[in-house]
Design a protein around this ligand. Sequence first.
Ligand code: ATP
Ligand code: MG
Length: 508
Amino acid sequence: MATMGQLWTNTGSSLATLMFIYTIFKQFFPHFGGHLEPYLYRLFGRFYPYIQITFHEYSGEHFKRSEAYLGIQSYLSKDSSARAKKLKANTTKGSKSLVLSMDDKEEITDDFEGVRVWWQSKKEGTTRQSFSFYPAADEKRFYMLRFHRRDREVIIERYLEHVMREGKTIELKNRERKLYSNTPEQSHGNQTKWSHVTFEHPATFDTLAMEENKKEEIKSDLIKFSKSKDYYKKIGKAWKRGYLLFGPPGTGKSTMIAAMANFLEYDVYDLELTTVKDNTHLRRLLIETSAKSIIVIEDIDCSLNLTGQRKKKEEEEEDGDDKKTIEKKMMKNEGENKESKVTLSGLLNFIDGLWSACGGERIIVFTTNFVDKLDPALIRKGRMDKHIEMSYCCFEAFKVLAKNYLDVEESELFEEIKRLLEVEEIKMTPADVGENLLPKSEKEGAETCLKRLIEALKEEKEEAKRKVEEEAKEKKEEEEEKQRKKEKKAEKEKKKKIEENGEEDRQV
Ligand SMILES: Nc1ncnc2c1ncn2[C@@H]1O[C@H](COP(=O)(O)OP(=O)(O)OP(=O)(O)O)[C@@H](O)[C@H]1O
Ligand SMILES: [Mg+2]
């Protein structure tokens, strides 16, 4: 004999079947039994053990597609392309590839923590033929999530959050990344000051010529940062990190930024400080940046004219509080340079003032060729948390370039190159090494390119030798000049003293 439980289950499933038939029936005869519907649903609800949640495509104002709907669409795209029989392909604005999602009336299942749920893509709307720019006016699309009521807690408390998080991640992965730059204010009136193009720089950490352990250190630092949302919250710090890249021109600072952006899949905001009118404008630009982005200020020393100012400072006063003095200089700079009134304190505020905490998950990168000339206040830890020196090409870095440029991992010419770089300590930037390794015609093989590099390195050595000799000569001449001046001065003083003594004798 059937137990009571089984009886209820059977009744429940029969009612569910009835309800299903009724829904299909309704699609063909939409006006039938409208007044009965509330009673039917109430009766049905008593036995039907499932809960349904709908997520509409357009909710709220401004015809903006709902974030939840888009998140679910992305989340389901990974499963639906494998499981659903009818798929729909879409190009979404800002997405780099086609988004496949299940077609209307399709259903797929999903499992989470041992709980099964059903997702259905649905559409409701009029059959009337009309024209509208907004599909929401005629058709209302939505996703319907169905789950057993005993799983309510798991779904509400964890599953939905999981869907949104995963969906966001897929969305971010699929989106076209952008390179923003700030344009001079006058041409844009009150509109947003960032303009953008698609970011397509091919540099990656694999193509970056650098010691392997240094690369790994930077990569793990970036990964740690991107996964530390809760940690930053716990320690009460805004979720951002500052990097200072310094080194001579052509050592890969800009390339490193591109590699970082590609590694983290972040957007890049290239901030040109000289076109920023004042501190308020700078703050506004910061607010307009999105999360998951790298804000770059290249050649910070040139942007704020700190080097020139610093020279004057050294002449004027030997010691004193660095920050105050530079700030003073920058105030002066305001008068001299009508175009930009950004001050050091404005920039410091930009990096770690209260506004900088808006949005979160941002990396700020400064690059400079002259790290010693920068204000210590600007680059202290906490503002620029990680200082990375980009230096001349070492043998390990050369091997990366040889592999990338020539597909060569071993060659007998490597020994000579190693000797020149390590024993002779010849300094050549990765940019120059790369240029020498680059085949200049179809006929040029790897060996020709490597030999060209060896020649160039030797030339560099001669050049360096010449430079050292020249510098020594200049120094010697300077010393001699100094000595001459000193002797002249001593002679003058001696003469003066004799004259004074003679005067005194006469008076006596
Ligand atoms: N470490 C490197 N690894 C791979 N390629 C490099 C590296 N350094 C330089 N290059 C090559 O040299 C070119 C110039 O490098 P990059 O613009 O990154 O130098 P930089 O340090 O930013 O110079 P600058 O100080 O003048 O801005 C790049 O296009 C890249 O191809
Ligand atoms: Mg650069």
